[in-house]
Design a protein around this ligand. Structure first.
Ligand code: NDP
Length: 246
């Protein structure tokens, strides 16, 4: 981990924030992106106050140029990029019959196109240097179908398929680009704030009260994956509470 340069999308809260702090505490240099700059500024200050290294920049993952600019910031500041953690996401879940079609489109844009934009921004660098680590957050909803999460889950199934193809293509092409995909269960973050459907919000809130665990647990898994030797890939992690019955 020491001196590795790691870009983190969705770094302004939850899993992204916890991961940034964990990586920085272990000697990694983090490059933080999200829309809320005030949050990023505070997190970067916290990291520096603790002796770590961090820079940040406003990022909307749905805009390719913002993703390109974050990669440029990493290279200008630290001279290289070793890994990208594609973590930004939203979860405004509801039943299909509620027809919240603008939320469907938004989830596709952030959770799918956001991941694609991040990969497109970093691939030329990784391909040229013949190394790089791409980590992405899917979900338990990307492994199984749950009523109420048809579109959110669909975006996370996409992440799984995409990351698996990327892993195999990179191996076949000899680019030495490694991948890791995370499948968290209920993690106590700001994610439920994106739900506008009252029934879905209540159901999720009850579920998280019973089964939620802290984002620091996910951060430790990301750091573990990043710390593996370069000749090793560990691809898929499901992480949830010990009392998880589903
Ligand atoms: P949070 O809501 O706390 O964090 C989401 C992050 O994504 C924020 O930093 C937010 O920053 C960022 N984000 C949202 N939209 C955009 C955008 N358009 N451009 C850039 N950044 C954006 O929730 P989590 O930490 O829980 O979520 C992180 C990831 O984990 C998501 O992909 C989520 O789907 C996934 N996940 C979470 C689970 C959970 O139970 N919490 C379970 C399984 C997966 P900002 O608003 O400042 O842009």
């Amino acid at each position: 981990m020491k001196d590795k340069v790691i870009i983190i999308t969705g770094a302004s809260s939850g899993i992204g924030e916890a991961t940034a702090k964990d990586i920085a505490a272990k000697g990694g240099k983090v490059v933080l992106g999200a829309r809320r700059e005030d949050k990023l500024r505070q997190i970067a200050e916290d990291i520096r106050a603790a002796g770590g290294e961090a820079v940040y920049q406003s990022l909307d993952v749905t805009k390719p140029e913002d993703n390109d600019a974050l990669v440029a910031l990493a290279k200008e500041t630290y001279g290289r990029v070793d890994a990208i953690f594609l973590n930004a996401g939203i979860m405004p879940v509801s039943n299909v019959s509620a027809l919240k079609t603008s939320e469907w489109k938004r989830m596709v844009d952030v959770n799918i196109n956001g991941v694609l934009n991040g990969v497109a921004a970093v691939m030329p660098t990784f391909t040229e240097q013949k190394s790089g680590h791409i980590l992405a957050v899917s979900s338990v909803a990307g492994l199984k179908a749950y009523p109420g999460t048809a579109i959110y889950g669909g975006t996370k199934w996409f992440v799984r398929d995409f990351m698996e193809c990327l892993r195999m293509e990179s191996a076949m092409e000899g680019t030495n680009i490694r991948t890791a995909t995370l499948y968290p269960a209920a993690i106590n973050t700001e994610l439920l704030d994106t739900i506008t459907d009252a029934g879905a919000a209540q159901g999720m809130s009850d579920l998280y009260d019973a089964f939620g665990i802290s984002p620091e647990r996910i951060a430790r898994v990301v750091s573990f994956a990043l710390d593996m030797p370069e000749d090793t890939t560990i691809n898929e992690f499901t992480i949830g509470p010990a009392n998880q019955p589903w």
